[in-house]
Design a protein around this ligand. Structure first.
Ligand code: PMP
Length: 415
């Protein structure tokens, strides 16, 4: 690890929690230099929904490279982009009766969020954006201003200007409906809240502790926006591309956001790629008004086009549901076994977690699980949630083996 410690910035983080040098990876398994195998319950923070080195996607990438396919082309039209857009329209948008213009905002999730904030401001002529407690939207200044994490905001001196935080669903428990609060404050000229350009949310907060908004709550927020001409933005950077069981995380609730942010697994193979979906009436950009060098990663388009093929049949959705049941059964068994330490099982689809009464247990579980060959991250304002999010394509026997290792680690930490 020497070169990393000597040369890499102090900001490095995952290499401190997972101290080894990785060399190889296949679907849900990763190996380090010493040949030790790990089962991946982190999946690139949601960027590897189709697994490491997915063979179908890899074959397309190799074919493209061997045929001298264009790799970098700014946002010029390429055949790879054409195929991606055609497939995105026919495999994703049309079957869901969604009508969006597709924007390529830059390589990462935070680029998508920034572009969403900018276009919402431009389309409405207003600047304030409502976001929610425990939200995570990215690390560049605009998206960071919409992120609720005090530690990440503090050093950058990010103020609350331009964003207003409201309590997310069940922030005060189940008895208080926080949409009533939102409605009242928006309509009260004395509340001190500027009429917002947009309300932005995650349907399930991946970094903020796996808080899942209830369907009725989401629908009420959308209704509040519609009634007041406020744009409704769903940040599906982490929960999109199947993580919660359907391609978009808002399908079950039947939402129709004005803007959707996508990144992470849209690039199919862990390649940097992001999309911002904009309802046609809000696509008020002038050409070149939001540009950037990496808005046309053709390898990303090739990988993404092949990954979209997974959504033509119900097979992947069924696999997610089956793996989700296995994880849920396991987590509930663990919660029943350790009722003093584990307070709750949280999540949806293939993002599930254990909430610990004592936050340090989650970090200790992550550390011990790593020793036993599992990569597992924590989440939540106090890092009190152990988060299980394997690739959606994980094989059943690998999943079960991973859960056995987590069980061993739990015994070690809690017994
Ligand atoms: N939005 C959400 C919901 C996220 O989870 C993340 C990343 N964890 C981002 C935005 C930022 O994405 P990126 O790290 O690719 O900039």
């Amino acid at each position: 690890m020497d070169i990393f410690e000597r040369l890499e910035s102090e900001v490095r983080s995952y290499c401190r929690s997972f101290q080894t040098v990785f060399t190889k990876a296949s679907n849900a398994r990763v190996w380090d230099k010493a040949g030790k195998e790990y089962i991946d319950f982190f999946a690139g923070a949601g960027a590897l929904n189709y697994g490491h080195n997915n063979p179908r996607i890899r074959a397309k990438l190799i074919e493209y490279l061997l045929a001298d396919g264009v790799t970098h082309s700014l946002d010029m039209a390429t055949e790879a982009k054409e195929t991606f857009l055609t497939r995105f329209k026919s495999f994703i948008l049309e079957p869901r009766k969604l009508d969006y213009k597709v924007m390529f905002p830059g390589p990462t999730g935070t680029n998508s969020v920034e572009s969403a904030l900018k276009i919402a401001r431009k389309a409405t002529g207003r600047t304030n954006v409502i976001c929610f407690t425990n939200a995570f939207h990215g690390m560049s200044l605009g998206s960071l201003a919409a992120t609720g994490n005090a530690f990440k905001r503090k050093g950058a001196g990010v103020t609350l200007s331009g964003t207003t935080f409201m309590p997310y669903d069940q922030y005060f428990g189940t008895l208080i409906d926080t949409t009533l609060m939102l409605e009242k404050l928006l309509d009260d000229p004395g509340s001190g809240i500027d009429q917002p350009a947009a309300v932005m949310l995650e349907t399930l907060q991946g970094e903020g502790g796996l808080n899942e908004a209830r369907i009725d709550w989401l629908r009420r927020v959308e209704r509040i926006c519609r009634d007041r001409g406020i744009l409704f933005i769903v940040d599906d950077v982490q929960m999109g591309c199947g993580r919660t069981g359907t391609f978009f995380s808002f399908e079950e609730a039947g939402l129709s956001p004005d803007i959707v942010c996508l990144s992470k697994s849209i690039g199919g193979y862990g390649l940097p790629m992001a999309l911002t979906l904009i309802k046609p009436e809000y696509d008020v950009w002038h050409p070149g008004e939001h540009n950037g060098t990496f808005r046309g990663n053709n390898l990303g388009f090739v990988a993404a086009s092949e990954a979209l093929d997974y959504w033509r049949t119900p097979e992947l959705e069924l696999a997610i549901a089956a793996s989700s049941r296995v994880i849920l059964e396991f987590l509930h068994r663990m919660a029943a076994k350790y009722p003093k330490a584990i307070t709750e099982v949280r999540g949806k689809g293939l993002i599930q977690g254990l909430v610990f009464r004592e936050p340090s247990y989650a970090a200790r579980l992550s550390k011990t699980a790593f020793k036993h060959g599992v990569i597992l991250e924590t989440s939540g304002p106090k890092d009190e949630v152990a988060k299980l999010m394997p690739p959606l394509t994980i094989e059943e026997h690998v999943l079960k083996q991973g859960l056995e290792r987590i069980e061993t680690a739990l015994h070690e930490v809690l017994d």
